[in-house]
Write a protein that binds this ligand. Structure first.
Ligand code: 5GP
Ligand code: ZN
Length: 113
């Protein structure tokens, strides 16, 4: 079982900020910004390449969850960044699809170097 499935199953701990029947969100263990949250579906979907038509509602739901978390953490007005990495060139390390939410400082331009 992958590490994020273990977090979903509460087999390993995480600082959870949101949970419902489809989605979970928790603080990244190695934050790259003052606020760095990972939002994941509970379903094990490895990458963006594995998304299907029947995941449309789930992915839309994830963005609404992101909006809710940003508001709760008080960063909705100042702003935040969402990011999804796919496969090795995309920098994906955990093969359970996840949406990064970064906030808490001006993040600057998106630089892919
Ligand atoms: P990726 O590079 O796959 O897009 O991002 C994986 C993210 O998962 C990284 O930012 C990494 O710090 C985070 N991460 C890896 N293992 C764990 C863990 O066990 N717990 C939490 N909370 N985050 C993790
Ligand atoms: Zn998984």
């Amino acid at each position: 079982m992958c590490i994020f499935c273990k977090i979903v199953n509460k087999e390993i701990p995480a600082k959870v900020v949101y949970e419902d029947d489809k989605v979970m969100a928790f603080h990244d263990i190695n934050p790259q910004a003052p606020i760095h949250i990972l939002i994941i579906p509970k379903e094990h979907i490895p990458t963006v390449n594995d998304l299907e038509e029947n995941h449309k509602e789930l992915i839309g739901h994830i963005f609404l969850v992101a909006k809710k978390i940003a508001k709760e953490l008080g960063v909705d007005e100042k702003g935040y960044r969402m990011l999804v990495n796919c496969n090795s060139d995309g920098g994906q390390e955990i093969y359970h699809i996840h949406f990064h939410l970064f906030a808490g400082k001006p993040l600057g331009p998106m630089i892919c170097k």
